[in-house]
Design a protein around this ligand. Sequence first.
Ligand code: UN1
Length: 497
Amino acid sequence: MSSRIYKNLIGGQWAPARSGKTFRNINPANHNDIVGEFALSAAEDVDDAVRAAEKAYATWRLTPAPKRAEILYRTGEILLKRKEEYARAMTREMGKVLSETRGDVQEAIDTAFYMAGEGRRLFGQTTPSELQSKFAMSVRMPIGVAGMICPWNFPMAIPSWKLFPALVCGNTCVIKPAEDTPLSTIHLVEALIEAGLPPGVVNIVTGFGPEAGAPIIEHPGTRIISFTGSSEVGRIVGQAAAGLFKPCSLEMGGKNAMIVLADANLDLALDGALWGAFGTTGQRCTATSRIIVEHSVAEEFTARLVARANALRVGDGLDESIQMGPQINQQQIETSEKYCKVALEEGAQILCGGKRLTGGAYDKGAFFAPTVVAGVKPGMRIAQEEVFGPVVSILGCSGYEEAIRIANGISYGLSTALYSRNVNYAFQAMRDLEAGITYINAPTIGAEVHLPFGGVKKTGNGHREGGTGALDFYSSWKACYVDFSDKLQRAQIDNAE
Ligand code: UN1
C-alpha cells in the first residue's frame, strides 16, 4: 500500500521539497504502519518559506490584533470539533495513549482561546512624561518572521505555544516540526487556514535539524528563534542565534524531582509518582525522574511504586485499555537501555523493568518496560542526566533540608514537586526549589497554558512560554513620545532646574 504524501506549506501552497525527496513517518507502536511520507526539506525550501513569510508580514502586521485573534478563536473551535480525529492521528505518529493525545490537542485549544483573548489586551503602558505637554507610552510591536523548531513529545501543544502568541502579536512564522511527528503540526495549521489565516502567515518546512532546522536560524529573514528540545541541540541553536544577534528562546531538558516527606498522603504521592514518571512514557521535559523519599517511608513507598509500575499495561496507545505507549524510536530505547546499564555499573539496583519489551506485538514497535531504580545516590549519572524515557530513580533523604539539597543538586531546573501536609514546608519549597515550576501535592507534570512555562539553569535561557511571558518574547517593546508643546523640550535638561 502506498502511503500518503504530505508537503511543505509555502505561501499558502502545499509544495514538495525542491529536491523532490521525502522521508517516512512511522508509527512507534507498529513499525509496519507508515503514517505518511513528508517533504525532506533543505536550505532552499527554508528560503522559499522565509520569503513567503516576509511577504505576508507586510499586511499581517497591519491587521488589527482583535482581527488576528478572531482567527485564533475560530481555530480553537475547529480543533475542538476535530479533537478526536487529531488525537488519534497523534497517537499513531507519536505513540502516547489516547487520553494523553486528547490532552495535547486540548492544550492547543486552551492556547488558542487564551491568546485570542490577548488580541483585545496586548497591554502596554501609558505613563507621565517628565516634560510639560508631552505624552509617553509603551506599545508592543511585532518583530517580523519568527523561526520555530519543535520537539516530538507534544506534537500539537508545543507548536501552538509558539505559533499562537507569535500570530496574535503580528508576526509571521516558519515552523519546523520534529521529523518524528510532522503530521500534528500540519493538522494544527490546517485548522488555522480553515479559520481564515491568510497565505504565507504560517509556513511549514518538514525535515531534519541539520538540513532544515539550521537554515531557519541562519536565514537573514528570520528575526527571532524559538526552540524546544534537548540541551545538547539547544546549545548549538543558541550559539548560532547569538552570533546573528537574534533573540532566541530555548526550552530544554529537566531532571525533575518529586520530594515525598514522611507526613505526606502516600496514596496521593504514589498516584503522582506513577503519572509523573510514566505518563507520556517518561518522555516529557517535566517528567518525574527522581523521587526523593524520607527514609521512614521509603521502603513502603518503593515497594508500592514497583507493584504499580509492574501492573501498568504497556502497548499500542490506540487501545483504550493501554496505560503506557511506546517510546518514540529506537534511539530513545537505546538511551533508556544505556542509562539502566550506567545505573547498575554505579551500584544502583533496578527493581523493575530495565529492558526493552519483546515478544508478540512488542516486536513491531519500540517498547520499554516501566523502570524503577533504587539505591541511587545524588552524584550518580542516573541522578544527574536526563533519560527521557520511563525510568525513575528513588533517592533517600533524612528530611526537608536534605531533600531540597538533593533536589537542587543538578544542572537542570524545570519542574519540582513536594508531597507534604505541612504548610510551612509547602511554602518553603516554593521558595527554595531552584526550578521554573513547583507543585505542591501534585506531580511534576501538568502545566497550564496561562502560566509561565520554562526553567532555570541548563533548562532554559530565561524566556518563558505560556502566560504573558510568551507575549514578551514575540513582541518588542517600543517607547512612543508625543510632544504637543510646539517647542523643543530637552529631557533630563529642561526640567532639571
Ligand atoms: C514538555 O514536557 O515538553 O506540564 C511539555 C506538562 C505539559 C507540557 C509538557 N502540559 O507536562
